[in-house]
Design a binder for this molecule. Structure first.
Ligand SMILES: NC(=O)c1ccc[n+]([C@@H]2O[C@H](COP(=O)([O-])OP(=O)(O)OC[C@H]3O[C@@H](n4cnc5c(N)ncnc54)[C@H](O)[C@@H]3O)[C@@H](O)[C@H]2O)c1
Length: 372
């Protein structure tokens, strides 16, 4: 099957590596036949890199509508700013093209619901390339926890702070405006985490949060902006199964960053990326967990995302990282944002159903009008 990439920015390289891993392993994989970016130089450089890694130069476009009209594509990977996801997804579905969307599924829950509805309307496959639940290591973690390796999960803690020194995250100014990115880092980074939380321990029922914009100005030395997306959030939540969570993230840390996830069950602690520490003193390395629980899965999360997309198209297999799961992850983030705005705990279900949307309204107000 043929695939086109729409957007050749930062993350597109990791996707190229994913396709390369599948090719190297001699697995069925998409032919990258076309790429598109508004920035022609970037698109050409990306196409040259693709030729080196995959052996074939994809055709270059600067207008994605032209690309999807002219190219015989089976699927497209949408690698664009969050406020474009719902627009480009609909154009692809309407052209008969299946879509792999980047996280977050959409800029806000309203647009997430729209993407899910459009996939149904045009009967096309939608997957979300969410690396926190894909790839052998993450698959093994979720399976091991569901298998009871640490016992029922009582508490999950997730801390992530980065030291931007008042510059732009990933060099991109758009990420700091809620009208372009839905919120601050709590959305961009947050959906990785909320999808992982629910993958390992089921739905989250209720969230309470405080959020803040501590850094009023950011600059890359050429442009100075006044961010409207939160740079810091502190959140507590409760899972449906009674487990509790504490999750915080900040791009306004200085001097030293922090990062780590601890998943505590009644018999031990799972440290993603590290090991399992059991109450009896036994340490199980992640490599052993992978060997036992996910020996068949592709190691690279983005390679896995293309396996999921392929199998969803050919066998109608339900992907682990489905549009619906991406929507739920987005709604947990928006429950936190809603809570911080109204000063009360918020039920995730109410955000999913569109009953609570005060925070989301502030996002829509700030969006570029022709992207609403
Ligand atoms: N680990 C991950 O899963 C991960 C990491 C980074 C980014 N992402 C996601 O990938 C998406 C893109 O992020 P990024 O960091 O690559 O951003 P980026 O700004 O580096 O890249 C976006 C690219 O899209 C191009 N573009 C913008 N509008 C376009 C249009 N109308 N037509 C064609 N090209 C257009 C830009 O020129 C740019 O090259 C975001 O949704 C982000 O959340 C996911």
């Amino acid at each position: 099957m043929n695939i086109g990439f729409i957007g050749c920015g930062i993350i597109s390289m990791a996707h190229l590596e994913g396709l390369e891993e599948l090719k190297r392993a001699n697995l069925k994989t998409f032919d990258l036949t076309a790429v598109c970016d508004l920035n022609e130089k970037r698109a050409n450089a990306f196409a040259a890199n693709a030729e080196e890694r995959l052996g074939k130069r994809p055709k270059v476009y600067t207008d994605y509508k032209k690309m999807i009209a002219e190219e015989p594509l089976d699927a497209a990977s949408v690698l664009l700013d969050h406020d474009l996801h719902h627009i480009v997804a609909e154009d692809c579905f309407a052209a008969g093209i299946h879509v792999q969307m980047q996280k977050p599924l959409a800029i806000s829950p309203f647009y997430g619901r729209k993407i899910l509805a459009d996939a149904k309307k045009y009967d096309r496959i939608l997957t979300v390339s969410e690396p926190s639940v894909l790839g052998a290591e993450n698959i093994a973690m979720a399976r091991a926890i569901k298998d009871g390796i640490i016992g029922p999960v009582h508490l999950l803690m997730d801390y992530a702070t980065v030291t931007l020194n008042r510059a732009f995250f990933a060099g991109t100014a758009w990420r700091h405006f809620k009208g372009r990115a839905g919120a601050g880092w709590i959305n961009d980074h947050g959906v990785h985490r909320t999808q992982m939380f629910t993958e390992v321990n089921g739905p989250i029922r209720e969230v309470f949060a405080y959020t803040e914009i501590f850094e009023k100005e950011l600059t890359d030395g050429k442009t100075t902006i006044r961010p409207t997306g939160e740079d810091t959030s502190v959140t507590v939540f409760r899972f449906d199964n009674g487990g509790l969570g504490h999750w915080m993230c900040s791009t306004a840390a200085h001097g030293e960053s922090a990062g780590g996830v601890w998943i505590y069950g009644s018999n031990g602690c799972f440290r993603p990326g590290k090991h399992i520490a059991l109450g009896n003193g036994q340490i199980i390395p992640i490599a052993d967990v992978i060997k036992q629980y996910a020996p068949e899965a592709a190691a690279h999360p983005f390679a896995h995302s293309y396996v999921e997309l392929w199998e969803a198209i050919t066998d109608r297999k339900t992907p682990i990282s489905s549009g619906e799961r991406g929507f739920e992850a987005l709604c947990i983030v928006f429950a936190a944002l809603e809570s911080a705005l109204i000063g009360q705990p918020v039920k995730v279900r109410e955000v999913m159903d569109g009953v609570r949307h005060s925070y989301e309204d502030t996002v829509v107000n700030e969006m570029i009008p022709d992207r609403r």
